[in-house]
Design a protein around this ligand. Structure first.
Ligand SMILES: Nc1nc2c(c(=O)[nH]1)N[C@H]1C(S)=C(S)[C@@H](COP(=O)(O)O)O[C@H]1N2
Ligand SMILES: [Mo]
Length: 441
């Protein structure tokens, strides 16, 4: 038995024969693509909330220049947010094993001495702190939000949003420094592999990494080769096997998550999705529920025919409509999904109700409707009101829905009336609507 040095600052402390530039590079290149897609879809999700429209929607006050890219979210194709946010959440969950394996593969570097060899090296190590900290933070807050739902009341959005910028800035710096070498490492391995392919993989690994390390030392560069254990334990699995293990873990997470964003039988496979799994009940109203009427504190006495009035305000004043009056307006149908920020979505449901633009016309907006502030009967909670943009009001598919799939809305889906807007995040589809205020916000 060789003695294990007691301090992790010694390279000889680290014994896994799996660590090396190839293993780290492959994982790094997967993350290069994956994290970029996560960042872009995350920014899109943020834009889809209309945060620039109204303080009601803006959960990140003071975002300043970080909001530079905001744009009016379109209303088509109707599955747009279903797709971008399904991709964001599914990919994020799928990449967890890759992230963990990548961090494991470079953990000896965390302890490397001296802490900094030069100013440039010191800066690089600081950027690594932001990279690792930011990455762990983004994945943790994201997974917790999806799994536990609003564990960060009101503060998940700013945390995840600002965290994303810190993480991605450090990520870009890291990519600029490391990606060329990672690509070279993977290429060299692929082209040089030919005949060696037949040999046991770990034997080739060890030989090749040894050569790389030797070369690196000759050049006086410690960097890449330092990942290779100088005193490796005997391998119990090849590097390829280890990668397959990571990939298998990712595949398993993918298969148990993606169903929540797909329709039909796939929904049954969404074992990891607390809200987007199999339909909660059968029947026309039997699709996912985000929050029940009881949870939102909706008093049934306020939603009955006699009590409930829709208050609509606009250029020409305020009108109060009871349900009978709404039912005498032209009713329209739209097939639209609900797509939550948590990644789950429903197949298209068949909604029926009054067009938002017809309601705008009642209070003086003929032709070109403005933005609208929607308020719910719900008294507490971040989602009791939301602002919709003029393009969303103008779309003929945007409804104040009274029916779904041929039946009255159930209490949990927003009875007596709810908003449904094409391509928008679920949070904009306010339930138990009490008041609409049209006007430029
Ligand atoms: N008043 C109110 N409306 C709301 C919410 C809420 O909490 N309160 N949740 C929103 C969110 S986050 C989603 S995803 C959808 C879900 O609609 P569903 O429960 O009918 O599927 O409702 C939206 N409308
Ligand atoms: Mo949601």
């Amino acid at each position: 038995m060789r003695d294990r040095p007691s301090l992790p600052t010694s390279p000889r402390f680290w014994r896994s024969p799996l660590r090396g530039p190839w293993f780290t590079s492959v994982l790094g290149l997967v993350l290069l693509v994956g994290v970029t897609v996560l960042f872009v879809t995350g920014l899109l999700s943020y834009a889809a909330y209309n945060p620039g429209l109204s303080p009601v929607n803006d959960t990140t006050p003071g975002k300043g220049v970080l909001g530079f890219y905001l744009f009016p979210w379109p209303t088509g194709p109707v599955w747009l947010y279903r797709f971008t946010q399904g991709l964001h959440v599914t990919l994020g969950v799928t990449l967890v094993p890759v992230l963990l394996a990548k961090l494991w593969s470079v953990v000896p570097r965390l302890f490397a001495l001296p802490p900094a060899r030069s100013l440039a090296h010191a800066l690089e190590r600081i950027s690594l702190l932001l990279l690792v900290g930011g990455g762990l933070f983004e994945f943790t807050t994201g997974v917790l939000n999806v799994q536990l739902e609003y564990v960060f009341p009101g503060s998940f959005y700013p945390l995840h949003f600002y965290g994303a910028w810190v993480f991605f800035a450090a990520f870009l710096a890291h990519v600029a420094l490391k990606a060329p070498a990672a690509v070279r490492t993977v290429r060299r391995r692929r082209t040089g592999a030919g005949a060696a392919q037949e040999q046991p993989v770990h034997a080739r690994d060890v030989r090749e990494e040894g050569a790389l390390r030797g070369a690196a030392r000759e050049e006086g560069v410690r960097e890449e080769g330092d990942l290779v254990a100088p005193l490796p334990d005997p391998p119990t699995v090849s590097r390829r096997g280890a990668l397959a293990l990571v990939g298998g873990g990712s595949l398993l997470l993918f298969l148990t998550t993606v169903g929540q964003s797909l329709g039909g039988p796939f929904r049954r496979t969404a074992l990891l999705a607390p809200h987007g799994g199999p339909d909660p009940a059968g029947g026309p109203n039997g699709f996912q529920i985000n929050k029940t009427a009881a949870y939102a504190g909706i008093d049934p006495a306020e939603t009955g025919e006699d009590a409930w009035r829709l208050v609509v305000t606009g250029r020409t004043g305020t009108v109060r409509l009871d349900r009978a009056r709404l039912l005498r307006m032209p009713l329209h149908s739209s097939s639209l999904p609900i797509a939550c920020v948590e990644g789950w979505s429903t197949a298209d449901q068949w909604w029926r109700g009054v067009r938002l633009r017809d309601l705008a016309a009642l209070v003086g907006y003929d032709g070109d409707p403005p933005d609208v502030l929607v308020e719910s009967l719900q008294r507490h909670g971040a989602f009791r009101r939301a602002a919709l943009r003029a393009n969303q009001v103008a779309d003929g598919r945007s409804l104040l829905a009274l029916f779904v799939n041929g039946e009255e809305l159930s209490p949990d889906h927003g009875h007596p009336a709810r908003i449904i807007v094409p391509a928008a995040p679920g949070v904009l589809n306010t339930k138990w609507v009490a008041r609409l205020t049209f006007g430029d916000l």
